[in-house]
Design a binder for this molecule. Structure first.
Ligand SMILES: [Zn+2]
Length: 268
């Protein structure tokens, strides 16, 4: 029996963004996402001393959260984490989480690796420090959900030459349910390279599609975790949802909504 996840709203595919470092050009980027009804995750450092124009921390809440976007970790100091001793790694990520959580007033458990580099030892430490997913910079040019959330490989950086080909393929082709288009980058790329038109055109192309769920990274993590936690009978004739999220699934017998805490019989 083939059985796949549908996203909220019955969407069969999903679009998400991940932008790093929190420079002031995020303001223009947030406006573009807002104007197109899209959601993004912004990965923020909390103690960098580079001479760059960063969004002041007192503006994080209004800029990111109040517009429905996610704030995630990017370490306090933007080091090559995997080169540091475990003690230093732990200090850095805990400081980053605590500062961001003081701003959001909520758990901040998502992350993107600074410089995109990491080690398996770092992953083990981050898991112990409460991080539940972390984005790499390894473009897949594909639309798969991650098997391991701590190595969440994006579809591509926004400056890839094939961005618009991928978008066309994503929109036009029949994909298995549970397909995700994941774009990452830095807003300063657009400013330095004077190519804001890339994200404007891409957003125009992808906006307002009834079968696309526009979600932050954490929303996808939480939803797919709830899907993966569903408990099926061996013959898949019934399913129990132990999570607090409503989960939608597609089977040969039709689409089903599995409400939190409910046991549902799957039949046509
Ligand atoms: Zn960075």
């Amino acid at each position: 029996m083939i059985l796949y996840p549908l996203f909220p709203g019955g969407c069969d595919r999903c679009l998400t963004f991940s932008y790093d470092d929190g420079q002031i050009f995020d303001k223009r980027l947030v406006k573009i996402f807002n104007d197109h009804g899209m959601k993004a995750t912004f990965n923020l450092n909390t103690r960098v001393d580079f001479n760059e124009p960063f969004v002041p921390q007192e503006e994080y809440r209004e800029l990111y959260l109040e517009n429905g976007h996610e704030i995630a970790c990017h370490t306090a100091c933007h080091p090559f984490m995997e080169r540091m001793p475990l003690e230093a790694m732990l200090e850095d990520i805990q400081e980053n989480r605590k500062v961001l959580e003081a701003i959001t007033g909520a758990p901040v458990k998502g992350m993107a690796y600074p410089f995109g580099t990491y080690s398996q030892e770092e992953i083990r430490l981050l898991r112990a420090a409460g991080i539940v997913y972390s984005r790499t910079v390894a473009a897949t040019n594909g639309f798969h959900l991650p098997e391991d959330w701590m190595e969440w490989h994006p579809t591509c950086h926004h400056h890839e030459e094939n961005l618009f080909e991928l978008a066309e393929s994503f929109l036009k082709n029949r994909w298995p349910e549970g397909t995700v288009f994941y774009v990452w980058g830095h807003s300063f790329n657009f400013e330095r390279e004077n190519n804001w038109d890339i994200i404007e055109r891409f957003s125009d192309q992808m906006a307002c599609k009834p079968n696309i769920w526009y979600a932050t990274n954490m929303e996808i993590y939480q939803y797919i975790s709830a899907y993966r936690a569903l408990q099926f009978t061996q013959d898949c004739s019934s399913v129990y949802n132990p999570s607090a999220l409503c989960v939608l699934i597609r089977t040969a017998a039709g689409d089903f909504e599995i409400a939190p805490g409910k046991l549902v019989r799957l039949h046509s």
